[in-house]
Design a binder for this molecule. Structure first.
Ligand SMILES: Nc1ncnc2c1ncn2[C@@H]1O[C@H](COP(=O)(O)OP(=O)(O)OP(=O)(O)O)[C@@H](O)[C@H]1O
Ligand SMILES: [Mg+2]
Length: 249
């Protein structure tokens, strides 16, 4: 992205956004409510035109090569886009057919198992919990193995176990070479997942770096001796247990 600008009437949301996301990396875009994260994602996925500046996705210009960009990406929007009347498996089969793939049933079954949805696969999505919908939504976006994936606040509203499951899924994607650009308001999510982190504030990227680089922006921590207290999340996870015992970083 170079110099991306976007206004809604007088509201100047993006005022020159410059960002590079390395192929095969996980990049987290942080920002408060209304900072413009979804606007960036919508421009990169060709749903919205920028007023100025340029952006390339998988080598294709979003303004002039929209069809090539769309073939290279998949987008999991901020709000789950699943069909409630169909079952989870039917949702997956539908997307696989829309992508003109063969063996749609096998693709659906594989994704159901990767996202711990096999048992729920034959149930209507209307009966799913929020976390199950979110996992199904992400599973749908993986069909066809697009090289670039946008995840707009993938874990907002999920319980701690479901968040960890989504994180594991995202890590597996990156290990497989997929480029992931995710937006989040959860700072721990960025710490857990991202190779690089950028903060969008008042229309511009105010910092961009690895976690270590960002931490070095503040004075080094003083050494203090305090009793280590478990966090509420530790307590919650110890009592409830993690759904899939995962490799946390
Ligand atoms: N279609 C639109 N018309 C007018 N204003 C809009 C439109 N879409 C977004 N905005 C405004 O642009 C700003 C940025 O919105 P955007 O959705 O990109 O923020 P965000 O960083 O994704 O926020 P959140 O964390 O709440 O999802 C907000 O002030 C929003 O009200
Ligand atoms: Mg948003």
């Amino acid at each position: 992205m170079r110099g991306l600008e976007k206004s809604y009437k007088e509201l100047r949301v993006l005022r020159g956004v410059d960002l590079d996301v390395a192929r095969g990396s996980i990049f987290a875009l942080l920002g408060s409510n209304g900072a413009g994260k979804t606007t960036v994602v919508r421009i990169l996925s060709t749903l919205l035109k920028a007023d100025a500046g340029s952006a390339r996705v998988n080598g294709f210009d979003v303004a002039t090569q929209g069809a090539d960009v769309r073939e290279s990406i998949s987008l999991t929007g901020q709000f789950a886009a699943v069909d409630e009347i169909l079952t989870g498996r039917e949702n997956l089969v539908m997307v696989a057919r829309l992508r003109h793939l063969k063996n749609t049933g096998a693709i659906a079954d594989d994704l159901l198992s990767r996202f711990s949805l096999t048992e729920a696969g034959a149930r209507r999505v209307g009966t799913y919990s929020g976390g199950m919908r979110r996992r199904l939504d992400i599973a749908m976006s993986l069909i066809g193995d697009p090289p670039v994936i946008f995840l707009d606040e993938p874990t907002t509203g999920l319980d701690p176990q479901a968040r960890i499951e989504v994180w594991q899924a995202v890590r597996k994607l990156a290990e497989g070479g997929t480029t992931v650009l995710l937006t989040t308001q959860y700072l721990d999510e960025a710490e857990q997942l991202a190779d690089r982190i950028a903060i969008l504030h008042e229309g511009r990227i105010i910092v961009d770096g690895t976690l270590d680089e960002l931490k070095r922006l503040l004075p080094p921590a003083k050494v203090e001796y305090v009793e280590k207290q478990p966090t509420l999340e530790d307590v919650f996870l110890a009592l409830v247990g993690t759904a899939t015992k995962g490799e946390q970083r």
